[in-house]
Design a protein around this ligand. Structure first.
Ligand code: 5AD
Ligand code: SF4
Length: 449
């Protein structure tokens, strides 16, 4: 067991994955090394998520397991990072004595100090939220690869009534545009082919009056062979300028994650989502016109307080109208500290589950149908590696983030863009045969060719 060897497990959203890389970046610059396995590590950290109750339950379960590790090696420092930090530090540190270290999302710069405190027998605790911290100057630690997450803003000011994020991650703040561009340049030099710009609500990005469309344009201009994705967009802030920018740059993916949450205006108002379904559908229509072939994914919550069967039907109706490529679907989970927590959680669990299953079934059907429509069409794919099931097949992703599986071919390597013709499709995967593969050198070229 080495005191400078660190192991991090990451739970929750992509922001957390990006944060883990920031933490490892900070630790790396102080001489810490990533442990190959948990037994060798002197420091074991869980980067946690609070978004729904079951996410927190998982962490408690995992901490229970880690106790065994600690019994074997009492010197091991066990720590909690991320969203659970502030909310649960008293419980975790004082009451349950489960961890030696608790560091919230805005205190990662000081993590080496907190680790020293913990090794010194104290408790390393840093849970203050900041209005300015963006980790602009920290170089995240990334293994070699094709695809990288880049966090471009932190926190959220939207205060949707169900959501803990504004409390766990603090207020909205944007990173400096040049620092994002510089990071993409470095990734380009290392051979990365895809970046995803991350924020809880990227559309309210603002760096000295440069908005998210400006950032996307700058990001796309770094290297035409790098695909640029982004998430998450709030329907209230998605501007026309942004839609035109996506249409203009071939390497900006024609794919928008646009959480709708519910199809009922009454529920949307109770959620403080600040848009109506009419506005939302209008936006989808506009995006489809401006960006040919654009696809959408969404987030949906079933069983928000007071949701009736009619409200639920309205959600199904919106799904039919938009025909999302994919959806993340959840049962409402009451979170302490939020406004909705004060409302009665009056949709019983059986009803929530039943509605959720109907939503999932419908999305499955829509994804299947949307994918069937692609049969016979050409798709440009970034080759990511062998398919999950066989080394005789490659798998990659389309512009709209769909997985395509196709036979390997000597001339094609991981990291290449190829043109495939779709021959078969399920709800989750597209298949192509090898006869129509054409290698292309960049996304831009592939589209203008
Ligand atoms: N219960 C259920 N789902 C939630 N989400 C956020 N908070 C909750 C909650 N309390 C979902 C929303 C959001 C996604 C990231 O998680 O759909 O868009
Ligand atoms: Fe949570 Fe709403 Fe902010 Fe998304 S926009 S992080 S759901 S408060």
């Amino acid at each position: 067991m080495k005191k400078t060897s660190v192991y991090i497990e990451t739970y929750g959203c992509q922001m957390n994955l990006a944060d883990t890389e920031v933490v490892l970046g900070v630790l790396n610059s102080k001489g810490y090394k990533v442990a190959d396995n948990i037994e060798d590590a002197g420091i074991v950290l869980l980067n946690t998520c609070s978004i729904r109750e079951n996410a927190e339950q998982r962490i408690y379960g995992r901490l229970g397991n880690l106790k065994k590790l600690k019994d074997k090696n009492p010197e091991t420092v066990i720590g909690i990072l991320g969203c659970m930090a502030e909310r649960l530090r008293d419980d975790l540190v004082d009451k349950r004595k489960m961890v030696d270290l608790v560091v919230g999302p805005d205190e990662y710069r000081r993590i080496p100090e907190y680790i020293d405190e913990a090794f010194g027998g104290g408790k390393g605790i840093g849970v203050k939220l900041s209005r300015t911290e963006t980790y602009d100057d920290i170089i995240p630690y990334r293994e070699e690869g094709l695809s990288a997450w880049i966090s471009v803003m932190r926190g959220c000011d939207k205060f949707c009534t169900f959501c803990v994020v504004p409390f766990t991650r603090g207020r909205e703040r944007s990173r400096n545009l040049e620092s994002v561009v510089e990071e993409i340049k470095q990734l380009s030099e290392r051979g990365f082919k895809e970046v995803t710009l991350l924020g809880q609500n990227v559309n309210s990005y603002n760096d000295n009056n440069r908005d998210f469309a400006d950032l996307l344009a700058a990001a796309a201009s770094v290297d035409g062979s790098i695909r640029v994705r982004f998430t998450t967009s709030h329907p209230q802030d998605l501007s026309d300028k942004l839609l035109y920018t996506i249409a203009e740059y071939p390497n900006l993916c024609n794919y928008i994650h646009l959480p709708v949450q519910s199809g009922s205006n009454r529920i949307l108002e109770l959620m403080n989502r600040t848009y109506t379904i009419e506005h939302y559908l209008n936006l989808i229509g506009k995006a489809k016109k401006i960006i040919p072939g654009v696809s959408f994914s969404t987030d949906i919550i079933s069983g928000f307080p007071t949701e009736t069967f009619e409200d639920h039907l309205m959600t199904l109706d919106v799904m039919e109208k938009v025909r999302y490529d994919g959806a993340y679907m959840f049962k409402y989970s009451a979170r302490e500290g939020t406004k909705a927590y004060k409302m009665e959680d009056d949709v019983d669990d059986t009803t929530k589950t039943k509605r959720l299953n109907e939503i999932i079934d419908l999305q499955q059907r829509i994804s299947y149908e949307v994918n069937q429509e692609l049969i016979g069409k050409e798709e440009i794919v970034l080759v990511e590696g062998f398919s999950k099931k066989s080394d005789l097949f490659y798998s990659g992703r389309t512009d709209s983030n769909k997985v395509v599986v196709f036979p390997i071919n000597k001339e094609i390597n991981v990291g290449d863009y190829v043109r495939t013709k779709i021959t078969r499709a399920t709800s989750g995967t597209l298949f192509a045969d090898d006869s129509n593969l054409v290698q292309v050198r960049s996304v831009r070229e592939s589209i203008t060719a």
